[in-house]
Ligand binder design. Structure first.
Ligand code: TYD
Length: 139
């Protein structure tokens, strides 16, 4: 279902002996206008982030440095993505539960978001997501 829409996107990589450059444009590499950018850094070893879904928010996640895993769940199925290159990103549509773990030391997770921050857009209870998407497998 929703998991089919989650996808890894390869970004442009301008190689240069001075160092590489990657860029991301809204409505091109990501299928939304970028309204907000935030980043996770100094994540202690073994720590997890996320643990929620969003009603209207779409996101695009890049491991700008280091690596980590993103576990996505549409209320029925789960898929784990490993991000470890600055020129790949993971697109996450609405109504997908996400958890980020397995952060390498010094990793930086950049998140591009389609909306400004709004706590009312969060679904922080997994059961609520299951009810909203009509899960086949009520736990
Ligand atoms: P949260 O989205 O729960 O973090 P994560 O999903 O990365 O684990 O946000 C953590 C806290 O930061 C929460 O109190 C809300 C606040 N916050 C903002 O104020 N603005 C933002 O853009 C984001 C993403 C979070």
């Amino acid at each position: 279902m929703g998991l089919d829409k989650c996808k890894i996107v390869e970004l442009p990589k301008i190689m240069d002996r001075r160092g590489n450059l990657t860029f991301i444009e809204g409505n091109d590499h990501v299928p939304f206008d970028i309204k907000r950018v935030y980043y996770l850094y100094d994540v202690p070893g073994g720590e997890k982030r996320g643990g929620h879904a969003h009603k209207a928010l779409q996101q695009f996640i890049v491991a700008a440095s280091g690596s980590f895993d993103v576990v996505l769940d549409d209320g029925n199925d789960q898929k784990r993505f490993h991000l470890n290159r600055s020129y790949y990103g993971l697109y996450i549509p609405t109504m997908i539960w996400r958890e980020l773990d397995n952060f390498s030391s010094g990793s930086v997770c950049i998140v591009l978001a389609s909306e400004h921050y709004d706590e009312n857009d969060y679904i922080r209870d997994y059961k609520e997501l299951e009810n909203k998407v009509g899960s086949n497998d009520k736990k």
